[in-house]
Ligand binder design. Structure first.
Ligand SMILES: Nc1ncnc2c1ncn2[C@@H]1O[C@H](COP(=O)(O)OP(=O)(O)OP(=O)(O)O)[C@@H](O)[C@H]1O
Ligand code: SF4
Ligand SMILES: [Mg+2]
Length: 351
């Protein structure tokens, strides 16, 4: 293999560098800036799943939308198969979008209420120029792929259950054979048993079709089963990223430790010893994020320099180069300090 070919094969499917998104808004009649996403970088290899995890408002959906260029980033680059999507015109981007798809949290809001399932699944095929005579067979194939019976073809979204609607949303995303799907909290609106079914389906589809996912979720429990890599977001920035097994087994950032402390552990003897970390204070506004480390107003280990110096996302240990953490205290004994515990009346709280 020539050097050039070798380099090409090592290139990630998706590479996001320095992604930043600011929204200009008016607040109380004055202009203001929402710092929704700040200098976010990550990569996803073909067939792999990156879980993007963090609490409400931390910028997960904005990141997902920038990746698909449904909204334009303020700064940064999104490369897909080595092409900087920011350099593509509208027509070239439309054809690229065949390979880059999104599934939304709420299928009822994202599916047209007056379209039948068969038309909802046909629509993306028509948009991407699928031969008209092949569309009926392709729709049947997609219904089978998401395990919906032929009886669903002529139903409207409101005649389907929440799980069935999400299967339709997935079939639409898969219609034109994408390589990467952004799943924006695809199971958050579903009950627990339906969540498990849809996650199982997504795992099977990934394997069968060789898909890559960016799986957006609020908590680390949902993505445990399918994440290859995890990136934890807090107030628009990635505070920790690495191989999922590494992040779950040995979380380094205090925010990741707090998030993980809320995840039940299947082994009852380990579960009994699980210690909840309850974060103090409110999530600050992205209109006026804290200086230095954005997590410092809720960090039980914050030092004076945390207010003046922004910690870079750096490998935690030269021996584990792809596990990166943004905290001044990584590798110090102070970082092992246990977090605040729940007050007795508040033991059921998740954060
Ligand atoms: N079009 C917009 N105009 C102004 N502010 C916006 C816009 N879209 C998002 N925001 C703000 O940007 C921040 C990040 O929002 P985003 O929807 O990306 O968060 P999220 O992590 O997906 O949250 P959730 O878990 O609730 O879906 C929030 O403060 C949100 O209010
Ligand atoms: S940099 Fe400082 S405030 Fe931020 S997480 Fe580390 S110790 Fe806490
Ligand atoms: Mg969101």
């Amino acid at each position: 293999m020539t050097e050039a070919l070798h380099l090409m094969s090592r290139e990630p499917l998706l590479e996001v560098r320095g992604l930043t998104k600011h929204f200009r808004i008016r607040q109380g009649g004055r202009p203001a800036t929402v710092h929704a996403v700040e200098d976010v970088s990550f990569a996803v290899d073909a067939g792999q799943t990156l879980a993007l995890v963090g609490e409400s408002g931390c910028g997960k959906s904005t990141t997902g939308r920038c990746v698909l260029r449904l909204i334009e980033p303020t700064a940064g680059t999104v490369r897909f198969r080595g092409t900087d999507l920011g350099t593509l015109g509208a027509a070239a981007m439309r054809s690229r979008r065949r390979e880059l798809q999104i599934v939304f949290q709420d299928p009822l809001a994202s599916l047209h209420p007056r379209m039948r399932v068969v038309d909802l699944i046909s629509e993306p095929l028509q948009i991407h120029g699928w031969p008209a005579n092949e569309i009926p067979d392709r729709v049947d194939e997609l219904l089978a792929l998401v395990q919906l019976g032929a009886e669903h073809r002529s139903r409207y979204p409101h005649q389907c259950s929440g799980g069935q609607r999400q299967r339709v949303g997935i079939a639409r995303a898969l219609a034109a054979s994408p390589a990467l799907v952004v799943l924006d909290e695809p199971v958050s609106a579903l009950d627990v048993s339906t969540q498990a079914e849809i996650v199982k389906l997504l795992v099977e589809l990934r394997q069968r079709l060789g898909l890559a996912y960016v799986f957006i979720a609020h908590d680390l429990a949902v993505v445990r089963q399918l994440a290859d890599r995890v990136a934890v977001m807090y107030l628009g920035t990635i505070v920790e990223s690495g191989p999922a097994a590494q992040v779950y087994a040995d979380p380094q950032h205090p925010y990741t430790r707090a998030l993980l402390s809320a995840v039940p552990i299947p082994d009852p003897s380990v579960e009994r010893r699980r210690r909840r970390i309850v974060l103090a204070g409110e999530l600050p506004s992205p209109i006026d994020p804290p200086s230095g480390c954005r997590f410092r107003t809720r960090c039980w280990m914050a030092e004076p320099r945390c207010a003046s110096e922004t910690p870079a996302l750096l490998p935690r240990d030269p021996g584990i180069p792809d596990h990166a953490v943004a905290c001044h205290l990584v590798g110090t004994t102070a970082n092992r300090s246990p977090g605040p515990v729940p007050a007795p009346h508040d033991a059921g709280a998740t954060e």
